[in-house]
Structure formats: C-alpha cells, structure tokens
Write a protein that binds this ligand. Sequence first.
Ligand code: ZN
Ligand code: MN
Length: 497
Amino acid sequence: MQKFETIIGLEIHLQLKTKSKMFCSCSNDGENQKQNTTVCPICLGHPGTLPTVNEAAVKFGMKMALALNCKINQYSKFDRKNYFYPDLPKGYQISQFDEPLAEDGHLIIETDGKQHRFGIERLHLEEDAGKNIHKDGQTLVDFNRAGTPLAEIVTDPDFRSPAETKSFLQDLRLIARYLDVSDADMEKGHLRVDANISLRPKGDTELYHKTEVKNLNSFKAVEKALLFEEKRQKELWQADTPPQFTATRGWDEAKQETVEQRTKEGFSDYRFFPEPDLLPLKISDELLESIKSSLPELPHAKQARLATEYGLTEKDAKVLVAQKNWANFYEQTLSDLRAWVYKAEGENKNAEQSWEKNKDKLAKLAYNWLSSELFGLLGSNFNFSRLKITPENMAELLSLVYKKKINSSAATTILAQMFKTGEDPSDIAERLDLAQIDDVSTLSDIVIKILMMYPKQVEELKSGKEALLKFFVGKVMAESKGKANPKKVEEIIKEKI
Ligand code: ZN
Ligand code: MN
C-alpha cells in the first residue's frame, strides 16, 4: 500500500484587544455592547472619512510578531483588499499585502516528546469586518466588529499531522494571552483559523491542490476537521483521483464532516492596491527596542525556569504555565514561603541555607496543593480577579502543613473555607478546632480505646495481618475527627501491639 504524507499550513486571524478600533476611535468592546452602537462614520465607511492608524494595535502586532521570532519590517504599508460583502460597508478591507509588518518567524514546540520547528511566513495588520446575523429568513448586519484590529498570521506548510497543528495553535493562544494582546478565545472568534491541507505520496516534494478548511471554532474542531479531510483526500489518492483543483470546505459540526463551499478566488480578484489615505508605517529603532524589552517571560521560558529553579518535572511545570494566572500565583506563593522560612530563621545567615535545603520540597508541596486542590476549586474559566485567597495566605496554609501543625484532611477543609471567605488559615484552624493532635499521651488514649473496641482484629494484626494497621489508623483518625497525626498514630499502634 502506498504511503502518503499530510501537509498542513495555517492562516490565523487574531483579534487584538486594544481599547479602540484599528482606524477610528470607536470602542473595541463591541462584542459586549448592543448591536451597532460602537460605530462611527469611519468604520461604517462613509465617503470622505479618513482612517488613522491605532498605535496600540501596531505595538500589539509587534509583540506577537517578536514572540513568534519574526523579523519586524521597519517600513511596511497598508493596502486595500477589494471585495463585496454586506458586512464590509467600504467595499474593501484595509490590510497589508506585499509589505507586511513582520516576516520570517518560527515557533518551536514540543509534540510527542520531540521539538518541532514551525515556520511563520508573515504577520500583518488589518481590520475586521462586521457580522451578518441570519435570523427568521432575514439577514441583519451588526457593525460593532467592523474595524476591530486583527493580526493575520500565515504559517509555512510545516505541519504533518492534525494533532501537531492543534498543539501549535494551543501554544499560539497561550503566547497571545501571556503577551496580553488578545483573549484568543476560539469559541468567541478572537482566534480564527483557516487550515490548508493537502496530501502527497511519501517521498514526493511537490505541493498538490489543497483544500482550505474554514469555520473551525474550537481546537477540537480543527483537529477533527483535519482528520476528516486527511482521510477523505487519502481515499481520493488511493482511487487514483487526487483533488484536481483548490477548494474551500467548511466544517459541519452537526454532521462531523467537511462540506464543499466554493472554489477560491485567486489573489488578482481582490485587486490589491496601496491605501491612498494612509502613510506607510515606519517603525523607529527606539520603538522597536522598547517593544523588544517590554516582552514578558513567555510560556516556554517560564516552564524551563520553573523546572530548573524549583526542581519541578517538565510535566508539572507545564501544568502551571498553561494558565498565566496559575504560574504567577504559584511563584508568588513560593516567594511568600521563602519569606516565611526567612522569618522562622530570624533573618540570619542560616536563612538562605535553610531555604535552599527545603526549597524543592516546598515547591513540590505547593505544586501538589495548587494543582490537585486549588485549581480544582477554580476550574479553568475562573476569573482570577475574584480570587479571595492571597498567595500569602496560601503560603501560610502550606507552612502549617509542612510543619505538621495540621494534617492534609484539615488543610483541605481550611482551603475550601479560605476560598469562600478569604480568611486567614490559622484563624480558620483555630475557629474550627482543626489543629493536628501531636501529643503522644492524648493519641495513646485514643489508640487504646480503639484497640479495646476491636479485640478480634487486634489478634489478627498480632498474627501478621498487616493490612489491619490501616484499619486501625482509620478508626483513630475518625475518632479524633481527622485531627490525629496519622504517622504518630501508626507508631503508637505498632508499639502497643
Ligand atoms: Zn468607528
Ligand atoms: Mn485576513
């Protein structure tokens, strides 16, 4: 059986979350406003109006381009892309054609444990169109989105599977979020993806007619549509009837298949020409340098640093960086834990040593508590600005666990309470009487009471049925309402038997 290779390239539209639109001063928050309220003569394309370039949009585009390792063109220009559609009142879109803002980038990402390099052909700026709303047999147009700044990112045809395409897009979204240039929410259309896919016999280096898949509004849809298309085209090749022209197909979520839409216009159909109402975009050395130095630590760098600095596994570090807020909360918690260690040592010479000695254990403890307990309470769409737990209180809770002042079931109870009220963990521990019982004589009393209640099991344990040890520890824990120190309880039971 002949083998085939899949070739995928992407065209990505990323909505930039500037305050105002690309070429006018209208609010760029139209998606949350009543229809046709964030509009003006400029974005409605009235004759005689003049566009002005939004400086913030240029800066956002530059940030994204630099994060994708692109070369910024310090001279670029805007062009008109002419086409007719009801949601485009001017009859053309202002875009960048032959001289884009940035070119020649790449992104290295890890898929199946290997590093892959995906080329970025270009990133250019343009304006979004309005939205057609089809309702009750009518079509209405909402122009709130008309003029929203977009960064269009075009990749090289470097993807060889739907899965790696999806990973790339997830990384791209994360970068946009770290840079704070876009919410990059696919479901809300902030990140829109068209995927070009073709197949070729393995070993062949030619590029054959591709299909452009549209209407992909989730990562899952991207992967599923590409898997479907890969299979469909493979069958065509196997039947000796490979695609004969370049086609556009839309993903039909209900049918779970791609559906032919129309044959694609060639470039010439758009009759691009330079936008006469805008000067070319010139970027000074100073601006370029200031944008470069303003870039925050990006997810990959953060992941690597968390792993080396705190001895976390790459996998754990990846969980933390998956949400910028989580990574920040984790780091702040650790810095407060460090302050706690220093305070406990009385700020002397030993403090640094003590921190170094305990750091990896504390980092792991913090990771475990955040990833298994706190993030569970938050869920993935939690609005962090409403979080009542401060990193300082989180650090205090962890220090109580670390010092064995409370056991883990008490800590879980306290954390849930902190989440609700934002109270201080030691206050909660005191109020709910959750401090761990460490006192040997108190624990011995409880152990003796329990042992007397289960004479048969005591005999079995004595004769070597080790599993019963857990049974007794459990009974003592229950008797103490979860406050007993389980390690000490176990020791005492062994001693008494
Ligand atoms: Zn406007
Ligand atoms: Mn575009």
